[in-house]
Design a binder for this molecule. Structure first.
Ligand code: 2AM
Ligand code: CA
Length: 262
């Protein structure tokens, strides 16, 4: 397996896909809904996933592809090399704002995250991590994470989780919101994970994400010394939807024991 070749192609295709998205801003989007009125998909989500699949099949026919729009493979396991792709993470932002969305590509080998790529298309910022070899923004190395106390932490959190909901007892979330320095919600899990990786926010909590939302981001977070688990502090499963909680190590442990598991 030639990882350098794979690396080069993966980054190149992601940039090309981003260029296609930027060009689409001047055209009219075809918007439809999926599971609910707020679960949106556009022709670009589908086109970009198909673009990746075509390229991967041509150059790496033995690789498997797991993508949000379902044009890839149906996976039974994570054996071999698996590309986990979200062609547009933050589709609602893409539609409403034409910003705050990203392309997310995680490449796993036998279940181990090897390459994480998140492309902030509008800012032309490509975040990349290779397991054991550091993380980079447009080729510039990113420093390892430093710890932050709860009282000085900014936490990525959607306001919905601090209201009555079926995924978590919201009375655990309210004191967390009160105790931290601030909360933010960007509407793209991939970007929020990259913001934790690069220290712009200190933790990120979501009660329900799909593997393609977090596959690339957790590789970046872990490469820079952060911890990625579900909200019970257990290992994430790349084959199913899950809650996700990432933070710097000490902060992760503090938030788990003082709030989420209290
Ligand atoms: P998407 O835009 O690719 O659908 C928004 O809060 C974040 O959560 C986005 O990253 C969005 O990804 C993801 N998301 C929204 N609804 C979801 C759902 N029902 N299951 C999993 N992920 C979801
Ligand atoms: Ca998506």
């Amino acid at each position: 397996m030639k990882w350098e070749e794979l690396d080069t192609y993966a980054k190149q295709w992601t940039k090309e896909a981003g260029e296609r998205i930027r060009s689409s801003f001047s055209t009219t989007l075809d918007i439809t809904t999926k599971s609910s009125p707020n679960d949106l998909v556009t022709n670009m989500d589908r086109d970009i996933e198909k673009f990746f699949i075509e390229k991967i099949r041509e150059h790496f026919p033995q690789h498997k592809i797991f993508g949000e729009e379902g044009f890839g493979d149906t996976l039974n396991d994570l054996n071999g090399v698996v590309w986990i792709i979200d062609p547009i993470d933050g589709t609602m932002n893409f539609i409403h704002q034409q910003r705050n969305f990203a392309i997310s590509v995680g490449i796993y080998e036998n279940g181990i995250g090897q390459i994480g790529i998140i492309y902030d298309v509008v800012h032309d910022e490509l975040y990349y991590a290779r397991k054991g070899q550091g993380a980079y923004i447009n080729g510039e190395p990113v420093p390892k994470l430093k710890e932050t106390n709860i009282s000085e932490a900014i936490v990525g959190l959607n306001a919905i989780w601090a209201t009555e909901n079926k995924r978590i007892d919201y009375t655990k979330i309210v004191p967390l919101v009160q105790d931290v320095r601030g909360t933010r919600s960007y509407g793209s899990a991939a970007l929020e994970l990259v913001y934790v990786a690069t220290g712009r926010i200190d933790a990120y909590i979501s009660m329900r994400l799909a593997p393609w939302d977090f596959a690339a981001g957790i590789i970046l977070v872990q490469e820079l010394g952060g911890i990625a688990t579900n909200i019970e502090g257990k290992e994430l499963n790349l084959m199913e939807k899950s809650s996700v909680f990432v933070a710097k190590p000490h902060l992760h442990q503090q938030i788990l024991s003082n709030y989420l598991l209290k």
